[in-house]
Design a protein around this ligand. Structure first.
Ligand code: AMP
Length: 269
């Protein structure tokens, strides 16, 4: 595996390479990331993984500082997977050039965009920069971060003529894998697993009594907060394609975000 840190070197290395799959990450490689890498390897002749903890998408400085990083372990995992390229740029290099700024409209300020002010503007900013550098036509991203997937499709897929390959969420003991899970205490992992199982059941029930469940959701939210001592930001049914609220005509998902041990977890079912 070639580890490349500068944009200059990367351009030299993959300049004429068309058939490359791109897996952007913030590191702390886990089975969720690995599933994206394997999806790319199944379709593309080469795969590039980026590891970049992007400061502009953190709306809290402490969250950025505490974000788990273990580059040595990540390199070992990626080597074993026979990934061809790892791109680990530094902050200065990524942000040295001027680039378009993204602003979300009111109708996009829902779910995490409502609770993490500036987060998706930061995500779109860095993805715009990374995609300008890497120029892959195939991006591999996880459904765990569903709203991110939605916004990148909306704002960037046309500009870069890129195919966004969305990959299912990988869970262990019902909990969606996330680099942030490393910050959880054992007790909180147990709670998160119970919460996930409960929400899975709510989604299942919604197939038979969706309208009633919408009115129950607020009570479920309060019940979860009291029972597990967590802060639930949102618990909402939304349309898969449009992210419109409580539209049960098309495929829909149950979206949740909550804070436990000062760690923010998200998932959708
Ligand atoms: P992150 O390193 O958290 O920024 O995630 C990098 C990519 O991996 C994003 O496209 C995520 O949606 C995806 N990802 C993270 N966790 C999972 C998971 N549990 N299952 C599938 N994909 C995931």
């Amino acid at each position: 595996m070639k580890i490349i840190t500068s944009i200059f070197d990367l351009n030299k290395e993959i300049k004429d390479y068309k058939n490359i799959g791109f897996v952007p990450t913030m590191g702390g490689i886990h089975a969720g990331h690995i599933s994206l890498i394997k999806a790319s390897q199944n379709k593309k002749s080469k795969t590039i993984v980026s590891i970049f903890v992007n400061p502009t998408q953190f709306n809290k400085r402490d969250d950025f500082k505490q974000y788990p990083r273990d580059i040595q372990k990540d390199v070992a995992i990626l080597e074993k997977l026979n990934v061809e390229y790892l791109f680990t740029p530094n902050i200065k290099d990524i942000y040295k050039s001027k680039a378009k700024k993204f602003n979300l409209k009111k109708k996009d300020k829902i779910l995490c965009a409502k609770y993490r002010i500036g987060h998706f503007e930061g995500v779109l900013n860095v993805m715009n920069r990374l995609m300008t550098i890497i120029k892959s036509k195939d991006l591999y991203m996880g459904e765990k971060d569903y709203q991110q997937l939605y916004l990148i499709k909306k704002f960037l897929s046309k500009k870069f003529k890129v195919r966004i390959n969305s990959c299912p969420t990988i869970r262990i003991n019902n909990i969606a894998l996330s680099t942030r899970n490393k910050l959880l205490k054992k007790r909180s992992i147990r709670k998160a697993s119970e919460i996930a199982l409960f929400l899975k059941k709510v989604k299942y029930k919604s197939k038979f009594e969706s309208t009633k469940l919408v009115s129950d959701l607020h009570n479920y939210k309060i019940k979860l907060e009291k029972k597990y001592h967590i802060k639930v930001d949102y618990l909402e049914f939304r349309d898969e394609k449009s992210l419109k609220l409580n539209n049960f005509k098309n495929k829909y998902r149950l979206f949740v975000a909550y804070e436990i041990d000062n760690v923010r977890l998200i998932d959708n079912y």
